[in-house]
Design a protein. Sequence first.
Length: 219
Amino acid sequence: MLVTVDVLVGGPLTHLDATVSAWARSTGVPGAGWHRPGQEEADQLVNLGDLKVVGIIVLIAIGWICVQARTTLALVRLAVLAGVTASIVLALKYGIGRPAPSGVQGAEAFHSYPSGHMATAVILWGTLYSVVAEHEDQAVSRHVAWLLSWLAPVLVMVGMVLRDYHWITDLVGAAALCTVLLQAERLALRHWRGARGGPESAARPRDGSVALGTAPGPG
């Protein structure tokens, strides 16, 4: 991945990191607590990538779909994809050991790349959209799920930058990695269903063609 290589060699994108971080500090939003205007609001945006917050929402939504559709496949997909993502992200964090910008203190200040919050936002909201698109009769609006799969990662990025919690490349690298993982999972699932050749694969021809960022058709 080009972003990862750039981070490892200190390429041109890392200079952009420093510029954006300096701008964020000039706004006064970074810093401990919620004493300054904009700090609390920025942290609310960051929560759209918080594992506890998003995990509960997505788990309940997908669990409800599974009950209605009488299947556990969506929950298995979520668990496998989340586990694979967490393993890769943690391996990169500890393998690269990148120092974080000024907004992060403590042990996590030395494991900045890639952003775990961004990975959570892309994978969980993206998986929710994929599942909703397959089970529109048992789910919330496909349009709402699609909007969240795009909007949540963008808002997480905005909040992270304003609070100076992550470098821009931490966020972009995580988003790129997790988009690839989402697409790989969908292709693997389509291949598996095609190999089975059962009625489920025929009943859901859209599966696998649903991609993060693909506008939903008429629901």
